[in-house]
Design a protein around this ligand. Structure first.
Ligand code: DAH
Length: 333
């Protein structure tokens, strides 16, 4: 009975002092649990011979056990509430904090320039098409009336690919012009297309050369197309791209796939600058693709995208355009 009295006195303090639910479980086990003082006292009841005394003791044990169980339950509720509150506090989200704004990406200047130029022609009624970067010698040269003796066919100018046994040599296209022939072969006239894409040459990198760069090809084929249509279309393009006051001039040139051929120069930022090659489609090309060379007429043009971007932005070194430094790239958002 000694430790019974001690239990009665000490338990309320121990329960109050329990700091965690786990501590409280421990107290419950040692006071009223299966191996506790109370459980032991209940087991010993049988040893009391006098029925009156046995009943009185049993009631006293039960009262004490019920009292302790109630104290523990009250404390358990308190601890549970404060643990939940602590978790809520720790996981609190401050919805008034400003959000984290991710760094926004952008298209590269080359892509922006290409998109803008294509858009100008699409607004004039042209359709954008794209061709393969690995091209056959036929489409890259032969179909375009480029003779087998032409220097651009040399290994030193063109990147040829080892493709095993092919009927034709395979190479990385040196210009976007092969798509003229491919498109005409599979589409009836009239044709109004622009062809943006990568082109490849066996050049070492310096301020004015890149082995990989971009071109936009244009082709218009219809009845009664004249050089005046070429001038009107390309002049309109120059004014939209460089500004409404831009003047253009055409200087005779030579390309195998156009006849006559010209270079278009534009007067912008105080000087005349060569912008692109162009000309009336050579009937020899119409013949190569099975078009009626007697009646059809057309003009074609090809321009370097890097060149357009450089003139527009006053960039003097081509390598700026392949600089991966974001401080460079960010200037052309
Ligand atoms: N393919 C030529 C080049 O890479 C550019 C060119 C010139 C394309 C005149 C044309 C054209 O369509 O008519 O240098």
């Amino acid at each position: 009975m000694d430790h019974f009295e001690e239990l009665r006195h000490a338990t309320p303090r121990r329960v109050q002092d329990a700091a965690t639910l786990a501590d409280l479980d421990e107290i419950e086990a040692t006071t009223i649990g299966r191996r506790s003082i109370v459980a032991e006292a209940r087991r010993d009841l049988g040893k009391i011979k006098d029925p009156e005394e046995r009943r009185a003791t049993g009631r006293a044990i039960n009262d004490l056990a019920a009292d302790i169980a109630l104290q523990i339950e009250v404390r358990r509720t308190e601890l549970h509430t404060s643990e939940v509150n602590a978790t809520l506090e720790a996981e609190r989200v401050d919805v008034t904090l400003p959000g984290r704004v991710p760094r926004r990406g952008t298209h590269h200047l080359i892509q922006q320039t290409m998109d803008e130029i294509v858009d100008i022609f699409v607004a004039l009624g042209y359709t954008m098409v794209q061709g393969p970067e690995a091209e056959t010698e036929f489409y890259n040269f032969t179909a375009l009336n480029i003779p087998s003796t032409h220097p651009s066919r040399l290994e030193s100018d063109t990147l040829y690919l080892e493709y095993g046994d092919t009927a034709d040599e395979i190479l990385l296209r040196t210009h976007t012009s092969p798509m003229q022939a491919r498109h005409m072969e599979s589409h009836d006239p009239p044709v109004y297309i622009v062809v943006p894409g990568k082109v490849f040459r066996a050049d070492a990198i310096d301020a004015t050369h890149l082995p990989v760069f971009h071109q936009i090809e244009g082709l218009a084929v219809d009845d009664n197309i004249t050089f005046a249509d070429l001038k009107g279309t390309l002049g309109q393009f120059a004014r939209q791209f460089f500004g409404p006051d831009t003047r253009v001039k055409f200087i005779p040139h030579y390309f195998p796939f156009t006849e006559p051929s010209a270079e278009m120069h534009a007067y912008t930022q105080g000087e005349w600058i060569e912008l692109l090659g162009c000309g009336m489609v050579n009937p020899a090309v119409f013949e190569q693709v099975g078009y009626d060379a007697e009646t059809l007429t057309g003009f074609a043009f090809g321009m370097g995208v890097e060149r357009m971007a450089m003139v527009r932005h006053g960039i003097t070194d081509l390598r700026t355009l392949i600089d991966p430094d974001v401080r460079t790239l960010e200037q052309y958002r």
